[in-house]
Design a protein around this ligand. Structure first.
Ligand code: GLY
Length: 581
């Protein structure tokens, strides 16, 4: 692949002396002040959390595939090379922009509860939420949506030049002939938590630890023969090979042996949905993001609406005042999340009200510019009646024609529920832990839920995944998204404001330290890199500030006004790669 970093560095020196009348972010793209530089390409680009998958996507673009074709190939590749989150046994969301028609759609391939699911299935005999059931048993496994979602995307939005089988072939080769274990894969498989998680299943232990009799060292060539055979069936016979026949039977047997309630009818009846994205305006840009059953797009737009009337650009990146205002806005949004968000096929989600500028103004009026509002004083809002109806992975693709894909998909926990359907190589999810097991009891990410996200047969659990495309003058400007559980929404938010408000290039916007506030617990989580002086000022305003692990792994592509592609794979994830041609 041609790398243009040195050329870019030279260009920076030349342009630093040129007069600019461009907007803040145009100037920042060419700024000599930047400490981080994006990868630059002219024709097409992929940014994902794993380098082999990125290169497969770039090869698809070079072979004449469009952004959706590349996205399908990247998704199958990540199921092989990034098994902790890349998957065919989980689900996710894809935002697709088709440049020819100008259409932008949201493909919902989130897992569903099986038909035999009941509201009390995650409770113990005393009526308390039992997280072992929702996180570590077959009851937590949702009916997987990934294969149907990718098939739908390819059929409706693919270029037509590359077949379904063409796009799966590179992953079959990786799984059958082997690939070098990355530092990231070696590190995750050797962590104590993952060893214990996977040790509960003989099949998972055989596949991930058997060949090397323990965690594989980085660089070891590893094969996944069962997964290769499964992928070959899906390539030969289409998505039905996953949803009926021997593969479906193996999934159902594994789930039910582990205490679950899945049937062959649940699998054969699974359908992905095309939904209208949730949209908003922010400082002259249009935001298109994932609607319910994700809470991501709704609250991204809600928080941006609140921030639009607050002086965060003036107070500056990660200044105490900026963090305070952002944290207050986040807190109100997460309080609303707990009350109103759920699967729109089951509950009436007040999207219009939550994303309205009038409601944002109401919240803004409650924010004290100098003092923290305790979470106990923040309550979900009251909609006008009746109202209208840490481990995930994201990748972004833009092609030469201006098509774009923003895709986030997941098994929920790292390696999902930790069980592999025997003989298939398919790791199963534990996505149903994203339901609210009991009103007011937090899920694995500390998120509180209510009736709207209660367990019901065939319902999709609420998500925070926020695949997003930002448009300027109807053209794709920024494609972004992230893993990170509850922190996904605020991570994506910070990419948007770092570029639009703070004028950072996409690499610097990605590297900047992140903050997060989700209403409960009542604290601002911060990454390393926020200055002690800033922390002290926040504490003086009444905030509790907690230093936590790095948040998110954004994979972003920014399109400059000239049409050049700037990619930034998050340095927080070892092995991430943005590349193009
Ligand atoms: N499982 C994490 C999410 O969907 O938000």
């Amino acid at each position: 692949m041609r790398s243009r970093r040195p050329l870019y560095a030279a260009l920076v020196c030349v342009v630093a002396s040129l007069p600019f009348s461009a907007s803040a972010q145009d100037a920042a793209i060419l700024s000599a002040e930047a400490r981080f530089h994006p990868v630059i390409a002219e024709r097409g680009m992929v940014s994902s959390q794993e380098a082999l998958a990125t290169e497969i996507g770039v090869d698809v673009l070079k072979a004449g595939g469009n952004a959706v074709d590349a996205a399908v190939a990247v998704s199958f590749a990540l199921a092989v090379t990034l098994p902790r989150a890349g998957n065919i046994g989980g689900g996710g969301f894809m935002i697709v922009h088709a440049s020819k028609t100008g259409e932008t759609v949201a493909i919902d391939y989130r897992e569903k509860a099986p038909a035999a699911a009941t509201e009390d299935m995650f409770l113990n005999d005393a009526g308390d939420a039992d997280s072992v059931k929702s996180r570590f048993s077959g009851l937590g496994v949702g009916v997987p949506g990934t294969v149907r979602g990718l098939a739908l995307a390819h059929q409706r939005y693919g270029s037509g030049t590359l077949t379904w089988a063409d796009l799966i072939e590179p992953s079959i080769v990786l799984a059958r002939e082997g690939f070098p274990v990355s530092d990231d894969l070696a590190s995750s498989l050797s962590s104590n938590w993952i060893r214990m998680h996977l040790a509960r299943d003989d099949e998972a232990t055989r596949i991930f630890y058997g060949p090397t009799d323990g965690p594989p060292a980085a660089g070891t060539i590893t094969t996944r023969p069962d997964l290769a055979a499964t992928l070959q069936s899906i390539a030969d016979d289409g998505p039905d090979a996953f949803y009926s026949g021997p593969i479906a039977e193996a999934i159902v047997a594994k789930v039910n042996d582990a205490g679950g309630r899945m049937s062959l009818d649940d699998l054969s009846g699974y359908a992905a949905e095309v939904r209208a994205p949730v949209t908003g305006r922010y400082k002259g840009y249009t935001i298109a993001s994932m609607p319910p059953p994700s809470s991501g797009g709704v609250h991204l737009i809600q928080i941006l609406n609140i921030l639009e009337g607050l002086p965060i650009a003036e107070s500056g990146l990660n200044a105490a005042k900026t963090i305070h205002l952002m944290s207050e806005a986040m807190s109100y949004a997460y309080a609303d999340r707990s009350m109103f968000l759920g699967d729109p096929d089951f509950v009436d989600v007040p999207v219009g009200w939550l994303t309205s500028t009038d409601y944002a103004e109401e919240i803004r009026a409650k924010i004290d510019p100098d003092h923290a509002t305790p979470s106990s004083e923040i309550r979900p809002g009251t909609p006008p009646a009746p109202y209208e109806s840490n481990e995930t992975t994201h990748f972004s693709v833009v092609d030469e024609a201006g098509n774009a894909v923003s895709n986030t998909y997941t098994l929920n926990f790292s390696y999902g529920v930790g069980f592999v359907a025997d003989g298939t190589g398919i790791l199963l999810n534990n996505e149903l832990d994203d339901f609210s097991a009991k009103k007011g009891v937090p899920n694995a990410y500390g998120l509180i839920g209510g009736e709207a996200n209660a367990v019901e047969a065939n319902k999709r659990p609420l998500s925070s995944m926020t695949p997003t495309i930002v448009f300027k003058d109807d053209k794709v400007f920024l494609v972004t998204g992230s893993p990170g559980g509850s922190r996904i929404i605020t991570t994506v938010l910070q990419i948007v404001v770092n570029v639009i408000d703070h004028g950072l290039d996409i690499a610097s916007a990605t590297a900047a330290p992140r903050i997060h506030d989700q209403w409960l617990p009542d604290e601002i989580r911060i990454e390393q890199g926020i200055s002690p002086d800033t922390i002290r000022l926040l504490e003086e305003m009444g905030h509790t500030v907690a230093l936590k692990d790095a948040m998110g792994s954004t994979q972003s592509i920014l399109v400059t006004p000239e049409g050049t592609l700037h990619g930034a794979a998050d340095p927080r994830s070892a092995g991430s790669l943005a590349d193009g041609y």
